[in-house]
Structures are given as structure tokens and as C-alpha cells.
Design a protein around this ligand. Structure first.
Ligand SMILES: Cc1cc2nc3c(=O)[nH]c(=O)nc-3n(C[C@H](O)[C@H](O)[C@H](O)COP(=O)(O)OP(=O)(O)OC[C@H]3O[C@@H](n4cnc5c(N)ncnc54)[C@H](O)[C@@H]3O)c2cc1C
Length: 317
């Protein structure tokens, strides 16, 4: 360890400040565990880059994502959570207490760790996609599909979650163009069949996105047919990207069990990882639901499990 780094001891260290992290913090702080939270590269998490959130319970009129995260932060701080605006860079989970380093120069010994580092949506990398993000471009059909009900939309991707999101959109929207680069879907046979049978989904195989169109809001998309290299424009108001997510779990590689994509593995009905005293909540361990309320739910579980772990250890169990 670098002798210049300051060392401190904490009961519960929470890594990540999305809905999972803040909910864990509220519970841990109210259990008087004096949690310390590292907020990371995106304080407040993914909802900081969205506008209206209409499906989080308790906001009958909807709420702006950043406002909701500010509310969660205030609630966590009210009970004594210490929030630090830096990132954790290194963990050693083979030691007790766990050894953690952060880019604020601190070296921390933690009795228990709650990982709530979330996931990052993959994007196509187009300038227009970035510019119109939140103004018609979205990476979450369940979150934003409702805003486009009765309208024409497009979704990119050919995997299972893309097929699932296309079906979700097909129930709300007038027409769904599904843009697939290959000559087939990667989705399971059951999902393929469902998508193919949906009367308002048009699967466009061999098609690539050239540009999302629109000044302030999405008005269309220019697509290229990869077989004959011709382009055409589709008039749409919503453009959904469903080409996968990358869990923010790099720093735990080799120390915690994860699947091939990097989602942390937790025990059934639990947030426990394979290392006792380390818990994972939210999108970093959930590739299925990926919602704020489910992240908050598992954040609550993680804090309760961390508390039980600490009590059990104190009693020598
Ligand atoms: C555009 C958009 C709109 C959405 N709309 C909705 C919606 O309307 N309703 C809904 O329910 N869901 C919505 N979602 C999904 C929702 O945002 C996520 O399910 C939820 O934020 C996941 O919460 P989380 O706490 O697991 O992680 P995240 O919100 O992803 O937060 C992860 C946190 O971990 C931190 N972190 C990462 N690495 C480190 C590190 N090394 N050290 C310290 N901190 C670190 C980050 O800074 C961040 O604070 C939307 C998502 C997007 C992208």
C-alpha cells in the first residue's frame, strides 16, 4: 500500500449511487451502520440522463430522473450516509476487513461491501444518436415506450432482450420496425416466433442505421440495406437501441463470480455474492428487469443482508 494514502475503517461501504445504492444507504444508515458511499463516475446513476420517470411508485405526476435521484440522496444523507464524489478503483476481497482504494486517495478497510455499480447501455456510436438521446432516442423500451403510444418507432438489435422490447413496444405503438444487421434474429426460437407473428412488427434484416433524423426530436431514421447498399428513410418518433448492456463490474473480475457478460452472480433469493460479506444489488447483478424500482428493492435486500452478516459476525456465528 502506498504510505501516502490515508487509511480508514468503515462498517459498510456502498459502491455506486443509483437507486440500488441509495436505497441500501437509507436502510444501512437507519440501522446505524454509518455507511460510506462512493458515488462514482455518474453520481445518481443512469436516471441522471433521463427526463420523465413515470413508473417509480410515489410520484403520481411523474418526476424528472435527476430530481428523483436528488430526493433519494437527501433521504440517504438525512440518516447519516456519507456520500463521496469519487470512484473505487481497486478492491481486495481476499482480506478481512476488505481492502478498497478510491481515486480520492483514500484506502478503506470495510467490514461489508454493497456493490451497486449498475450497468451501462451499449450505443451504436452515432453522433445523431447521442444528440437526440432523451429526445426520442432511448435504450429502454419499458421505461420510455409509453411516451410513443400510437406512434411509429424503430428498435435496433436481434437478441432476446431486443425481441422482448420489440414485443413490448408492439403493444403500445402503431408500428415497430426492427432493424437487424444479420439475416436472422439471435433471439431464442420462441421469441423469434412471437416477433414474427406480431402484426405490427416489421423485421428488416440486413439493415444498419446510418443516422437518426431530427433537430430537437426524432423525426425519422436513415437505414442502409447491407445487401444492395441502398438507403431509405423511415418516419418514426422513437428510436430504441437494444444491443446490450455492460455491467460496471471490471474491478471485481477474478474475485467475484460473474457471468460471461460480467453480471455479478448472487445466491437465489439473496444479494449475497460468492464472497461472504459482499453483496450485489441493482443492474450490476440483474440482466432481466433493469428498472429503478427493482434496483431499489435489491438495494434494500443488500442492506438487510449486510446488517445480518455484521450482527452474526459480532456474535461469533
Ligand atoms: C435513459 C434511461 C431511462 C431510464 N428510465 C427509467 C424509468 O423511467 N424507470 C425505471 O424504472 N428505470 C429506468 N431506467 C433504468 C434505471 O435507470 C436503472 O434500472 C437503474 O438506474 C439501475 O440502478 P442501479 O442503482 O443498479 O445502477 P445505476 O443507476 O446504473 O447506477 C450505478 C452507479 O454506480 C456508480 N459506479 C459505477 N462504477 C463505480 C465505481 N467503480 N466506484 C464508485 N461508483 C461506481 C455510478 O457512478 C452510478 O452512480 C432508465 C435507464 C436509462 C439509461
Amino acid at each position: 500500500m502506498n504510505p501516502e494514502q490515508q487509511e480508514e475503517k468503515v462498517h459498510v461501504l456502498i459502491i455506486g449511487s443509483g437507486p440500488a445504492g441509495y436505497t441500501a444507504a437509507i436502510y444501512a444508515a437507519r440501522a446505524e451502520l454509518k455507511p460510506v458511499m462512493y458515488a462514482g463516475f455518474q453520481p445518481g446513476g443512469q436516471l441522471m440522463i433521463t427526463n420523465e420517470v413515470e413508473n417509480f411508485p410515489g410520484y403520481p405526476e411523474g418526476v424528472l430522473g435527476p430530481k428523483m435521484m436528488e430526493d433519494l440522496r437527501k433521504q440517504a444523507e438525512r440518516f447519516g450516509t456519507q456520500v463521496r464524489y469519487s470512484s473505487v478503483t481497486e478492491v481486495d476481497l481476499s482480506k478481512r476487513p476488505f481492502a478498497v482504494r478510491a481515486d480520492d486517495g483514500k484506502s478503506i478497510m470495510a467490514d461489508a461491501i454493497i456493490i451497486s455499480t449498475g450497468a451501462t447501455a451499449k450505443w451504436l456510436g452515432l453522433e445523431s444518436e447521442q444528440r437526440l438521446n432523451g429526445s426520442g432516442v432511448s435504450a429502454c423500451a419499458v421505461c420510455d415506450g409509453y411516451f410513443y403510444r400510437g406512434q411509429d418507432v424503430a428498435i435496433v438489435g436481434g437478441g432476446d432482450s431486443s425481441a422482448e422490447e420489440a414485443l413490448y413496444l408492439s403493444k403500445l405503438c402503431n408500428k415497430v420496425y426492427m432493424l437487424v444487421r444479420k439475416d436472422r434474429l439471435r433471439a431464442s426460437v420462441v421469441m423469434q416466433r412471437r416477433v414474427e407473428q406480431a402484426p405490427n412488427i416489421e423485421i428488416m434484416y440486413h439493415h444498419d442505421t446510418v443516422e437518426v433524423l431530427g433537430e430537437q426530436e426524432v423525426t425519422g431514421v436513415r437505414v442502409r440495406n447491407l445487401e444492395n447498399n441502398t438507403t431509405r428513410e423511415l418516419a418514426i418518433t422513437g428510436f430504441f437501441v437494444a444491443i446490450g448492456h455492460k455491467p460496471n463490474t471490471e474491478i471485481f473480475k477474478g474475485q467475484l463470480d460473474m457471468d460471461s457478460v460480467g453480471y455479478l452472480r448472487t445466491a437465489p433469493d439473496s444479494t449475497a455474492t460468492n464472497v461472504e460479506g459482499v453483496f450485489a444489488a441493482g443492474d450490476c447483478q440483474d440482466k432481466v428487469f433493469r428498472q429503478a424500482v427493482t434496483a431499489a428493492g435489491t438495494g434494500c435486500m443488500a442492506a438487510l443482508e449486510a446488517e445480518r452478516f455484521l450482527v452474526g459476525r459480532e456474535m461469533g456465528e
